[in-house]
Design a protein around this ligand. Structure first.
Ligand code: FES
Length: 83
């Protein structure tokens, strides 16, 4: 099965908004939900939508405006999408 590619932007604008803190949050969530075989999680350079950060890339699609309030909802939807 092809893995979903999940990449978090680690460019300076997204980093300033806290994207590097999301690295641990997302890694923990993947581990907790036993998804490490299904989702390949890495970082990426600037995705070109700095004002809308924090941005992540799921396969070819950019998702914007992630924050502490909506990150788990985003991850849950990602999980449901892959089922
Ligand atoms: S730094 Fe994240 S989109 Fe530019």
């Amino acid at each position: 099965m092809k893995k979903t590619e999940l990449k978090i932007c680690l460019g300076s604008a997204c980093h300033t908004k806290g994207s590097s803190e999301f690295v641990e949050i997302i890694q923990d969530w993947l581990k907790k939900n036993d998804l490490e075989d299904r989702i390949r999680f890495t970082g990426t350079l600037c995705l070109g939508k700095c004002r809308e950060g924090i941005n992540v890339l799921v396969d070819e699609q950019i998702y914007s405006s992630l924050n502490n309030k909506n990150i788990y909802r985003f991850l849950t939807e990602l999980l449901q999408k892959g089922e």
